[in-house]
Design a protein around this ligand. Structure first.
Ligand code: GDP
Length: 226
């Protein structure tokens, strides 16, 4: 473990899910670029790789957005594979998007291990005047689902950094999600961006995502094989 701390980063894969238009892409864009695109210019879909340091550990973070698959209820199982953290987003000014969360959780039950870290993000808090879901409701639901909770705004940047950082910190606190399991079995579940450098790298993702393989370092596997 000590050598891992020095040498290779922990590979962390996070996914954004939630109804269409709740602001998933905007949150990712805000986190990666500290940018805000005005309405109608929101980028369709991106995946971003970062390097960061969390709790003294080097982390290579890949965040995946849905490519709009959720519109057609066709999120593929491969999208979920190898994820250690899930960011479930709803829009505080759109009750329907909050009420859709149980459906997203049942999908998670199918595709990811229960130990995967989840955070619910109530986005668009800048629209306080048209809020339809209270903070308490969001928080209580998150508690019931054993998930972290935060409200945020991709528009004003409130809560955005914290949302991503909290998930990663909890993942780092859960070594079973990333630590070597002692077997020589190579994880094939991790998307690897060999060109990732310092800071964020943005790449367009195809509608149906193929998780790559070919991880060069089996020591940090990059995810549960759930
Ligand atoms: P996605 O379909 O979940 O990825 O949602 P998008 O990121 O494409 O955002 C959908 C719409 O909501 C766009 O018009 C965004 O400009 C807008 N939007 C996203 N986040 C916020 C926010 O925090 N506040 C406000 N007011 N609008 C937002």
């Amino acid at each position: 473990m000590a050598s891992q701390d020095k040498a290779s980063p922990v590979n962390v894969k996070l996914l954004l899910i939630g109804n269409s238009s709740v602001g998933k892409s905007s949150l990712l864009l805000r986190f990666s670029d500290e940018q805000w695109l005005p309405e109608d210019e929101s980028s369709a879909t991106i995946g971003v790789d970062f390097r960061m340091e969390v709790k003294g550990k080097k982390v290579k973070l890949s965040i995946w957005d849905t490519a709009g698959q959720e519109r057609f209820r066709t999120i593929t199982s491969s999208y979920y594979r190898g994820a250690q953290g899930i960011i479930l987003v709803y829009d505080v000014a759109n009750r329907e998007s909050f009420e859709a969360l149980p459906r997203w959780y049942s999908e998670l039950e199918t595709y990811v291990s229960p130990s995967v870290v989840k955070i619910i993000v109530g986005n668009k808090v800048d629209k306080e005047f048209s809020r339809q879901v209270s903070y308490a409701e969001g928080q209580n639901f998150a508690k019931r689902m054993n998930s972290l909770f935060i409200e945020a705004s991709a528009k004003t940047a409130v809560g955005v950094k914290e949302a991503f950082e909290e998930v990663v910190a909890k993942i780092i606190d859960t070594p079973e999600l990333w630590a070597p399991v002692g077997s020589s079995k190579k994880s094939k579940n991790t998307q690897v961006n060999r060109t990732a450098g310092a800071g964020a790298q943005t790449s367009r993702m195809p509608g149906t995502i193929n998780l790559g393989e070919g991880q060069e370092d089996e020591a940090y596997g990059g995810g549960c094989s759930c």
